[in-house]
Design a protein around this ligand. Sequence first.
Ligand code: SF4
Length: 411
Amino acid sequence: MTAGSGGLNRRERAAERVTQEARRCAEFLRARGDYSPQFDYFLDLAENGGIPEAMAEKTGRPVAKLLCIQVPVELVSAAGFHPLKVWSGSPAVSSLTVQGTPALMCPMLRAVLGAVGMKDETRESIWVLPTTCDWVVKFPELASREGRVFSPKMHWLELPHLKDGEHGQKRWLNEVYELKDFLESIGRRVDKKSLAQAIERYQRAWAALSRLSAMRKEGRLAAVWFMLIAGSFFSDSPERWSEAAKKITGSPALDPTEEKARVFLAGSPIFFPNFKIPLLMEEVGLYMASDDLCSSERIIPGAVTYRDSSLHGMMTALAERYHQGCLCPTFIDNDRRINNILGQREGIDFRGVVFHVLKGCHLYDIESRGLEGALKEGGLKFIRLETDYATEDEGNLRTRLEAYRGILGEK
Ligand code: SF4
């Protein structure tokens, strides 16, 4: 760290605020009526997890940091690394990035930048960056500003933005093979056996997450607990996380005396401790029956199924799962999101869509405006909430959500 004592103090103060912030949110969740000790493992991961050195020790594997869930984690795992999706819901750590970054920057990546600024990222650390959005593309440049050292072993996954065409799919498969070469150059060789085992490991985790998702849809697990559990997925080995997830028996989320309106939550990701939106939604009587956030229901993209068990067969299935199955608004041909929401409505029964947009998240901002008309035509009530990690807008958000709750009650 090249910063002077002033910089060091600033970082120490920010680190202290980050700890307090996480502790406050965890205490708040423990004080909820539907809290139970079965959530403690996940609260601990959220409060204290996410530290790469600690995770390398815990998992016995060097950590590979990912800036987006479009990186095939099974491949990272098969090469001997622990994949860590890097994220941050901390307003406090964002304060470390004021200089050198645009005023209107994605709050999630601004917080990650702040966290990265806490210590040097040298050749020991490993980063895989899919070219999802402009902020991700510019992340290394922003991260190496202000005297920070950001020179890890880094690999770009060039994302073809047309995913339904043969050309795009071929390019993506090639990208996934190049990722394999990169990982093998710094880790261990990926063969049929190690990749099949890694796919199996994450399949079990996905099955555990799907069980919790069903519990939530049935009103037996509040969205806030689901988001906490999903968001902590990368902070431990998939085995330990899956074992703990399987022990969740749910908690009476829906108070039968209280008429809550079921809604679907879409849009920009939401990470601990920034649970402002889901807690406000609960407060005004909205039940988030499901969502399509990359920080929640989509944290694990789904089961990777393959008939051809050759290495190439599995690589192809993996590439398909992560590309064609992805709902990210970065893609040009992305009807999947609207179809996904309208399709889920049949099975889950919700009356409206709450679309969360982080200020500076242009992709979801643009998409929200395109979706509104189609969802309303589909008979769904729609509200778009643009916000960031600050708390100043809580009053305004609450008023808008209360009004929205009101119209959901209308026949
Ligand atoms: S897609 Fe949105 S939330 Fe995700 S990194 Fe980009 S700007 Fe941030």
